[in-house]
Each structure stands twice: as C-alpha cells, then as structure tokens.
Design a protein around this ligand. Structure first.
Ligand code: ADP
Length: 500
C-alpha cells in the first residue's frame, strides 16, 4: 500500500504541538509495517533543517495558478530518520512559506490552501499510484474537496482526514475557493462557516469530502458530537459519524525510551526505577532547583492556551509549594495576555527557590530531561483531544495527574478510584475543571508519594508497562486504509535529486 501524509508539522523539524509527533510517529509506524510512505510538508524558512539528512532540491518544478497568479513550485527532498519527505516551495513570483513561525500570520489561510493545492498537484503528477492521501487538521482539509472536484478524473485514491483539535477550523474568506479554482456559488453553501455565513470553514469541507475521518482518541470522538465540544461542527460530525472513528494517538517508543534516550546522561527502565533519581538530581542541577530534602518534582509542559486549563495550572504552582513540592513550568503562550500573566507570576515568585519557569516554546532535548527527571506531571485541560504529555510521562515513570477528558481519560486510570486500580492504576484523575477537584487529586498523589512508597513504585511500573506505542494504533489506521482502497499495484517512490 502506498500512503502519503500531507501535514503542516513534523517533529522535530517543524513542531508546534502534538500534530508534529503524530505525523512522524504514525507515518514511521505505517512504513514499518511494510508500506510505501512519504510525507509532504511546506518548505518553511523556519524549518529546523539540522534534523534532516540529504536535504536537496529536486529537478521537479511545475506551475500552478493560485487566483490569477501563476506560481512556480519546486520540490525538495529530505530524509528524516528513515522517512522520505517532500517539501513544497513556492519560488516565484513570491515565496509563500518564508514566515518566521509556522502559524500566526495574516496569510495562514492562503498559505495552507496554496500548500494543499500544490501538494495535490505534486501527487497527481508524480505519485498518482498513491492509495491513501492522509491529511491533518484544517490546514490541509481542503485537499479532499480539491481531489473530488478537480483531480478524481486523473487518478484514483482515497482521502483520510484526522481531526487533532476541532477548536481550530480555518475560517476563511469565500474568495479563497476561487483562488484554488473552485466555484464559490457551488461550494460556499456546502462549506459555509456555522458562525459567519459569509465565510468558508476549511475543516468542515474536510469532514464532508474526506472518505474517512479519525479523531485522536475514542473519548474525543464521542465528545465532539455534542456542544460545545464540536465547536459548531456538531451537525456535520453527527451526520458523517458513519465514517468517523476515534483512534488513540501513540508515541514513538524508540525515540521516547528512558533506557536508551540520547538526551539523557543517566538511564533507567521499569526494572530499575530507582535509577530515575539520578536523572531528577541532574534536572535539579540544570534548572537550579535546590537539592536536599526529597521534595516531589511536579512539571507542566504545554502550550499555554486556554484549552490547557490556565487558571488551574497557575493554582497548581501555589498548591505544589503549599504541599512542599517543587514545580517546573516549561512552555510559553502564543497569546500575549496569557504569556504576560505567567511572566508576572514568575516575578512574584522570584524569591521562591522551589519553582522555576522556563518560557521556551519548544526545546526537544530539554523536554526529554524534564519528562524523565520529574515525579509528577499535571494536565488539567478543559478539553484534550488526545494529549501526548501524559503518554510520554507514563513511559518515563512520571505519574500523571489529569482531568478526565478526551484522551487523558482514555489513558490515565486513577490509582485509587478506578475499578481496576490494582492492575492498571497509573496516575490520579479528577472530573470537574475546578481548583477544588484538582487539589483533591494532587493531595492524594503527594500523600501516596510520601506515605506509601511501595504503592507509588507500583503505579510508576503500571504506567511504564502500558503500551501506548504507535504500533497498536497504526494497525487500526492500516485496517481503515485497507477497507478504503481499491487494490492496485504501487510503484516505488523514487526521486532524482540535483545533488545526486
Ligand atoms: P497540543 O498538541 O495541544 O500542543 P499535545 O499534548 O498533544 O498538545 O502535544 C504537545 C507536544 O508538544 C508534546 O510532544 C509535548 O512534549 C510537546 N511540547 C510542549 N511544550 C514543549 C516545549 N516547551 N518544548 C518541547 N516540547 C514541548
């Protein structure tokens, strides 16, 4: 089977959030099952190219119209681990992907519509033997509609859309349809944004036109069909539920492995959890947290956006200090007001040695050291489609304290209250998005950490022994692909680069 992923992110070279990890992890797992796989991405000027092998321009240059302007598109190739990447560059009359950040620019809608069109044109010209085109989020959700309307007569394939977070939908001017060569009168009524009738909703177009849709956890699959979790798209998510399935994200167990992780100087595994202490001490050194008394180290690693439960995160810092623990916050906010409020908190707590704020939006290596060195991770999200930080924490023997929502509810089982706690209790959970509910959970965690080290050790082991690798989930994707495709022989993906 030949599968091409079209995505706006890939870890670690173009990462903003979990989408990047999923693009890498799922595509590698599907390739590992013996399929032909490639990933198509924009050639952003902010790509971290140090992670690539053999980045080079190819001879492949073609032209597409975007509105009235004819663009010249050039394809680059690179290897990331063992994956083949194709990078789409718009070289003239003006560059499209030269922003300093991946998102947050006035031309985001245009940029990703152009990318979807150029990616599809590239596939049609050079990979028309593809069986599945798998698109992700609103950024590439226009592709299934473009395929149905403009390319289906040229080649036969199926499209799959993964919804990683329905709160981001890509609401754009209706004129965007015209730019990609679609009839406004025909498609505006179909793709109309539920909140602004003059605009189109790119995610909605994907939900309607993709052959299959997945969400990133079974619980989120159920949640988005009800308001407010579908963010206005509940009617479509219910109408098309026959082609909608929730598949839990995984993490790459080769990259995230406490026994072999190259970002760590000390290693540990499920049989030697006590060796994790050395990693904690090194992390305390690195972050200037005091050594000495064995205080539990609580971490929060995330994009600081409202979804993540900002007020509970702030409260958790004070609650951890009250319980005589240490707190490390790692991340930043794309929203100035929120970022400033955390900076004020940092100033307010400047004399408190047991709390550290590191406002780095993304530092892959350092994040490994933090996940591995901590005792507990908090994820008090208001909603969480899947959540990867709790999966990484579990793998590194760091006990998650999470709100029971979306993928958090599917993966973390309360060590005291879950009916199967003795077999699978791996963390602490709470239901209501309130500081009171959070306090009850973190207090139970601290009590067990201090008073019942044997049970604490057991829940660490339960977490480390769980299998949230991509292998399980990739099999489910493969089953969906298999049911969708019309069997046909795929030819190898080969590319002539200028360098070779
Ligand atoms: P979301 O996609 O909503 O941002 P997820 O939990 O699904 O949330 O994925 C977030 C990913 O980004 C995880 O892999 C997490 O480890 C990573 N991450 C978050 N903040 C940072 C940071 N400051 N440095 C490195 N990685 C980070």
């Amino acid at each position: 089977m030949k599968v091409i992923y079209v995505s706006s992110e890939i870890s670690p070279a173009a990462k903003v959030g979990g989408l990047a990890d999923v693009t890498l992890g799922l595509s590698r797992a599907i390739q590992g099952m013996g399929n032909q796989v490639a990933v198509v991405l924009p050639k952003y000027s902010c790509l971290k190219t140090k992670y690539f092998d053999h980045l080079s321009p190819t001879e492949t240059v073609f032209k597409i119209f975007f509105g009235k302007i004819e663009y010249q598109v050039q394809i680059w190739t690179a290897k990331l681990y063992d994956l083949t990447l194709y990078l789409i560059d718009a070289i003239s009359p003006k560059p499209f992907f030269d922003n300093l950040k991946i998102y947050g620019h006035h031309n985001d809608n245009l940029k990703f519509a152009f990318f979807s069109l150029a990616a599809l044109e590239f596939i049609a010209r050079y990979h028309s033997d593809v069986d599945i085109i798998h698109v992700n989020e609103w950024h590439t959700s226009l592709l299934p509609l473009l395929y149905q309307e403009k390319y289906k007569s040229q080649f036969e394939c199926k499209t799959v859309l993964t919804l990683h977070n329905v709160s981001y939908q890509g609401v754009a001017k209706a004129s965007l349809l015209k730019k990609v060569g679609l009839d406004i009168d025909r498609y505006l009524p179909i793709c109309r944004d539920p909140k602004d009738a003059s605009k189109i909703n790119l995610l909605k177009s994907g939900i309607i036109f993709a052959d299959f849709i997945t969400t990133v956890s079974p619980r989120y699959h159920d949640e988005i069909k009800r308001a407010p979790n579908g963010h206005g798209l509940e009617p479509e998510l219910n109408q098309y539920q026959h082609k909608l399935k929730g598949i839990l994200n995984g993490i790459d167990y080769e990259i995230w492995n406490p026994a072999t992780d190259t970002a760590l100087k000390d290693h540990f595994d499920v049989g030697h959890v006590e060796d994790k202490k050395a990693v904690k001490e090194r992390l305390r050194d690195l972050t200037h947290l005091p050594h000495g008394k064995d205080k539990p180290l609580v971490i929060c690693i995330c994009r600081l956006v409202p979804q993540k439960g900002i007020s509970i995160i702030k409260h958790a810092i004070f609650q951890t200090l009250r319980l005589k623990g240490q707190f490390l916050l790692f991340g930043s906010s794309p929203i100035t007001k929120i970022q400033k409020s955390f900076e004020r908190l940092k100033t307010q707590l400047a004399n408190c040695p047991d709390v550290k704020f590191i406002f780095e939006s993304y530092n892959e290596e350092f994040s490994h050291q933090i996940f591995a060195g901590a005792d507990m991770l908090i994820a008090p999200s208001l909603f969480e489609p899947c959540g990867l930080t709790q999966l990484i924490a579990l793998r590194y023997g760091t006990v998650p304290i999470v709100r029971e929502t979306g993928g958090l509810a599917d993966t973390v089982f309360d060590a005291q209250n879950h009916p199967m706690a003795n077999d699978c209790g791996n963390g602490f959970t709470f239901q209501e998005p309130t500081t009171k509910a959070f306090d009850e959970a973190i207090e139970r965690a601290f009590e067990m950490y201090h008073l019942n080290p044997k049970q604490w050790h057991e829940i660490i082991q339960h977490g480390m022994l769980m299998n949230y690798s991509w292998q399980n989930s990739a099999k489910k994707y493969f089953d969906i692909y298999s049911k969708l495709i019309i069997k046909k022989e795929a030819s190898p993906i080969e590319y002539q680069t200028k360098a070779s």
